[in-house]
Design a protein around this ligand. Structure first.
Ligand code: ADP
Ligand code: MG
Length: 326
């Protein structure tokens, strides 16, 4: 698994991986690239540049992919001395004081919470509403792209025997449904706050038909580290993922390729198959030799085979685990 770029933090997780029937994905940064491009800016009271500047400054302390994208759209390194009182509200957005002016940047729910009337947007994408001094100032539309490997990742999971694929996201339903349809994910739950993601995961865990089936959650750890912990197997993105995610996860994918989830499941299945073959083979041969010995039909050479021979055959069988087809 390491050679394939999958770091498994213990043999118990390999065993759990071999019994996965449900795989739950986070959207941003997991199935999508998490690199947003600004596709439109709709403003009413401020210049377009000013709106983007306020957004970038207010977002200057956040590590969310959205923040990074807004800073990139601004084009310069935001001057942190102009910003204070930054508050990041997970799953909602940020509020901060920029040049002494109150700025809020976030989704519909953030505007509702602040009691600010916003103008809905017809454009496809994630909408970042902006409020300046408690008044609505427009929105920035940003769009993310699906990772090119994601459709195949979902298909490969089905082939590997996973029954249900689920996507959880804090993003708007419209964006979530579009991504889900493009990828062929079975179930989608959108507009979830971090706590809502945990609740939804609990519900999915309770819905399993048997205790033997396991559920894996794949995420980047931004707003979903608690979910990573709660799932039977937490899988984190190693490159894009936060340190908290890599810490909380049981399996880490080195290069953020979601197809590696199916690969890890296949490796785990093959490994478990070999383990059970070796256990039954070794016990079977030894029992047979015991019986033959008791009947006076076994000699010393058979005893040596039952001991050393069986060990060598089991090791040779185990070497097969090094080869898992593509
Ligand atoms: P996902 O589940 O897709 O990874 P998150 O839970 O991280 O998404 O965020 C959900 C939504 O909350 C985002 O789509 C965005 O509207 C809003 N949001 C979260 N963090 C920020 C931020 N730093 N700035 C602006 N909006 C944010
Ligand atoms: Mg996320």
């Amino acid at each position: 698994a390491s050679r394939a770029g999958v770091l498994v933090k213990g043999s118990n997780y390999l065993e759990a991986l071999s019994r996965v029937r449900t795989v739950v994905f986070d959207k941003t940064g997991t199935l999508t690239q998490g690199v947003f491009e600004v596709s439109a800016v709709h403003h009413n009271r401020l210049e377009e540049e000013k709106l983007v500047e306020y957004a970038a400054l207010a977002e200057s302390a956040s590590s969310h992919p959205i923040s990074k994208s807004l800073r990139r759209a601004y084009g310069r390194e935001p001057d942190r001395r102009r910003v204070d009182a930054i508050q990041e509200l997970s799953g909602l957005g940020v509020t901060a004081r920029v040049d002494g002016v109150e700025v809020a940047a976030g989704n519909d729910k953030l505007m509702d919470r602040l009691g600010i009337a916003y103008v809905p947007c017809h454009k496809a994408g994630t909408i970042i509403h902006m409020a300046v001094n408690g008044e609505y100032a427009g929105h920035i539309v940003i769009a993310d792209r699906i990772k090119p490997q994601s459709p195949e990742a979902i298909r490969a999971l089905k082939e590997a025997g996973v029954r249900t694929t689920v996507m959880l996201t804090g993003d708007a339903a419209r964006v979530a449904d579009q991504v889900a349809e493009e990828l062929g994910v079975d179930q989608t739950y959108s507009e979830l706050l971090p706590a809502g993601k945990v609740e939804q995961l609990e519900r999915l865990l309770a819905r399993r038909s048997s205790r033997k089936e396991t559920l894996a959650f794949v995420g980047d750890g931004i707003n979903d580290a608690p979910v990573l912990r709660r799932a039977d197997i937490g899988v984190a993105m190693g490159a894009l993922g936060s340190d908290a995610a890599i810490e909380a996860a049981d399996v880490v994918l080195m290069d953020d390729d979601p197809r590696k989830v199916a690969k890890a499941i296949r490796i785990a299945r093959k490994c478990m198959r070999i383990v059970y073959q070796n256990i039954s083979f070794a016990i079977g041969v030894k029992m047979l030799c015991l019986i033959l010995g008791a009947l006076g039909l076994a000699n010393m050479w058979l005893a040596i085979f039952a001991d050393v021979g069986v060990m060598i055959l089991a090791v040779l069988n185990a070497i097969r685990a090094l080869f898992v087809q593509k």
